[in-house]
Design a protein around this ligand. Structure first.
Ligand code: UD1
Ligand code: MG
Length: 505
């Protein structure tokens, strides 16, 4: 086809109200596995490499225009201020481009399952047959609401009749108009001038143009879509759900054929924009969104949502939510972890249970295993962060940074009050509130020393079960001949033990 010099223009109709969606969001901006409805249509048309792509906007014009400039900056928009039908939409667009010649590909903005190959074939049929118009048709089980393809006795194309204008006999036809066409621009322009609004909705129907061209003796062709789902439009939320399911099946089947294991494809939702390597395993209830990329042999799920997140080879992510995170090879994340934008894990990092990480570089082999918040931090290699640690990054006005070196061992229940630095190989004691730098190799202790008030319970809570238990324990200690002299010193457990005594920490 590249040898064909005929200029091509793509025109996407996206001005309609989408009444049946009952939404504050314009219909064509509803999302479907990684793109909006309109985004899918533009993506299907892009490989045609048309000289010009135009989107007709109307309902929610500002929003739709902003979206178009984001996802298809090469496209122009034309405003159809009043939505007077699909034919009117095309007429308004063509008025803005009086110089156009060649082939005009017209697409409804709400047919997200259309494939680029099908569109290419439609254009090829159109140009190879020298037709004035070529209509994409499909055979569907339930044609309710759609335009029917009415054929002459010899099978040639006669007209498109809208469902609401159709006779009972015509409604029995299951070949439908997909709302996707190729036209000769010059002939289309003339025919549009002759459109009437003599129909149930009082609108200018683009579909009537086809019959007009036919009546004037111009050749009209049809191209049949082998996969009828490509022609499905979206008019309400139930149809949107159905389209989403079909898109999910299409995406999942393609990935499984490409070497990805899905334990439960039905509960696995992968945006079209995601990339997966070989031998990735996706477990049930996994949602992969946006620019997410998963490396070879990584295991994701169950119950994981990844948004714009990269996962390295052979990593595992279990019951987690990650947004804008980089997870290195062989990392282990979860269960119940939350990685936020800027969380960057090098190789073999462990982020365990009830751990939240934001804007933090975590070095190879480092572990944050339990109940912690790590925000605005740099942590070196092979460091262990004790359970229940909080990186205190926010003073109420500004965020501050914490640096922890390599091979450090921080105690349980620590607060790192940023800005603060803990050096390589340093330790911190359990229950410490670290507000000053800890030099390499030092032990940082920042907590009140424990004090035991002997006999307090017997004096202040006499007669309680606690007092009686204490009395029994004292009696047995007093009668014991040989008390163990080694147990009194608690120092050996101060970094990792969690002794809830008189500490304020
Ligand atoms: C249209 C076709 C129907 C076809 C069906 C396929 C007509 C008259 N009918 O019906 O034969 O089977 O699509 O899905 O064309 N739009 C505008 N401006 C307007 C009206 C609509 O830009 O004034 C846009 C809408 O945003 C939408 C597209 O055109 O993207 C189709 O409009 P819609 O109202 O969905 O048409 P259908 O009734 O579904
Ligand atoms: Mg429609």
């Amino acid at each position: 086809m590249s040898g064909d010099a005929r200029p091509r223009t793509v025109l996407v109709l996206a001005a309609g109200e989408g009444k049946r969606m009952k939404s504050a969001t314009p219909k064509v901006l509803h999302p479907l596995l990684g793109r909006t409805l309109l985004g899918h249509v533009l993506a299907a048309a892009q490989p045609l490499e048309a000289e010009r792509t135009v989107v007709v906007v109307g309902r929610g014009a500002e929003q739709v225009t902003a979206h178009v400039s984001e996802v298809a900056p090469y496209a122009d928009t034309v405003l159809q201020a009043e939505q007077r039908g699909t034919g009117h939409a095309v007429r308004v667009a063509l008025a803005a481009y009086p110089e156009l010649t060649g082939t005009l590909v017209v697409l409804n903005g709400d047919v997200p399952l259309l494939r680029p190959e099908t569109l290419r074939e439609l254009v090829h049929t159109h140009e190879a047959t020298g037709s004035a118009a070529t209509v994409l048709t499909a055979e569907v089980a339930d044609p309710a609401g759609l335009g029917r393809i009415v054929r002459n006795e010899d099978g040639s194309f006669a007209a498109i009749v809208e469902h609401r204008d159709a006779t009972d006999e015509q409604r029995a036809i299951t070949e439908i108009n997909a709302g996707i066409y190729a036209f000769d621009v010059t002939l289309l322009r003339d025919a549009l001038e002759k459109l009437s609004t003599d129909n149930d909705q009082g609108e200018e129907y683009l579909t009537d143009v086809i019959a007009l061209l036919r009546t004037d003796g111009h050749p009209v062709a049809t191209h049949h879509a082998a996969d009828a789902t490509e022609a499905l439009g979206c008019n309400d939320r139930a149809e949107l759900a159905r389209l989403r399911k079909l898109m999910q099946q299409r995406i999942n089947t393609a990935w499984m054929r490409d070497g990805v294991t899905m334990e439960d494809p039905d509960s696995t939702w992968v945006d079209v924009t995601v990339t997966l390597a070989r031998d990735v395993v996706l477990r049930p209830n996994t949602y992969l969104h946006g620019a997410t990329r998963i490396g070879e042999g990584a295991q994701i799920g169950p119950e994981v949502t990844l948004i714009d997140t990269t996962v390295g080879e052979a990593a595992t992510v279990v019951r987690a939510q990650c947004d804008g995170a980089e997870i290195g090879p062989e990392c282990s994340v979860g269960p119940y972890a939350y990685l936020r934008p800027g969380a960057k894990l090098a190789r073999k990092v462990k982020i365990g249970t009830y751990v939240e990480v934001k804007k933090a570089d975590i070095g190879e082999g480092t572990k944050v295993p339990h109940l912690s918040y790590v925000g605005d931090a740099t942590i070196g290699e092979y460091t262990n962060i004790g359970a229940a640690t909080v990186f205190v990054n926010y003073d109420g006005v500004q965020k501050h940074h914490t640096v922890i070196g390599s091979h450090a061992r921080t105690g349980a229940d620590n607060m790192f009050v940023a800005p603060v630095t803990v050096g390589d190989g340093a330790y911190t004691a359990a229950g410490s509130v670290i507000t000053q730098d800890v030099p390499p190799g030092a032990m940082g202790v920042a907590r009140a020393r424990q004090r035991n008030v002997e006999g307090w319970v017997l004096r202040r809570r006499p007669g309680t079960a606690a007092a009686e238990a204490a009395q029994r324990a004292q009696a047995s200690t007093n009668t014991s001949a040989n008390p163990d002299p080694g147990v009194a010193d608690g120092e050996a457990t101060s970094e990792t033990g969690r002794k809830r005594g008189g500490d304020a920490g």
